[in-house]
Design a protein. Structure first.
Length: 213
């Protein structure tokens, strides 16, 4: 039984979701200290002017070492409306936008107290739409270093290039994006970029991105 450890992530990138194809069992880390400027509360989409980052604001904690499971979402600004407006602007003309829009829209209407809960609900929806078969659970406790038979991606998948680590089980394949006619291919964006452009072919495309380790 293959197993991988991932961080929590907001509208995860293609590399992240490919792990749910490559591994039978996935555990999402909930007891780590929350790491800002990571995929935990941000994603990247492709808009008319290029790659756009969407950030979920979180409540500032007095203790900087707040655990991921305890991070609360901030609603001081109408970020949900802003994110959904950006997503519509970016993908309204994509081949499968209407197919998935109704499924995703509630996440930008309903309020969630905790970031982890919000991310997990989105992830579960993505799993169902792509028809992934991996078992996904939350970590029961924090383990600094896992045994060799468990693949730890907590420090591997990161939006900042200088923070990324080698991943010999993933290759970013190209596909036709909404703005392919005016800009070069942008790899490893949020899974919604792939979903809106490839639709039912998303699963088979993810399989192509998985390399044998």
């Amino acid at each position: 039984m293959s197993k991988a450890i991932l961080t929590s992530a907001y509208l995860p990138c293609v590399q992240y979701i490919s792990k749910l194809v490559a591994y039978e069992n996935i555990e999402i880390e909930q007891f780590e200290h929350f790491n800002k400027q990571s995929y935990r509360n941000r994603c990247m989409i492709l808009g008319t002017n290029g790659v756009q980052t969407l950030n979920v604001p979180v409540v500032k904690a007095r203790n900087r070492k707040v655990l991921t499971k305890d991070v609360k979402i901030a609603y001081d600004t109408p970020w949900q409306k802003q994110h959904w407006k950006s997503i519509i602007s970016a993908y309204n003309s994509s081949p499968f936008f209407e197919y998935y829009a109704d499924v995703l829209a509630p996440f930008f209407e309903n309020k969630y107290d905790y970031l982890l809960e919000f991310n997990q609900e989105i992830l579960q929806t993505i799993i169902e739409e792509i028809e992934l078969e991996a078992t996904v659970e939350l970590t029961p406790d924090f383990i600094h270093e896992y045994p060799a038979e468990v693949t730890d991606y907590r420090q591997v998948i990161h939006p900042k290039t200088q923070r990324q680590q080698p991943d010999n089980r993933f290759e970013a394949k190209s596909y036709t994006q909404v703005f392919s006619h005016k800009m070069e291919f942008q790899p490893n964006l949020s899974i919604i970029d792939l979903l809106f452009n490839k639709g039912p072919e998303t699963y088979s495309f993810l399989e192509e991105c998985v390399l044998e380790g």
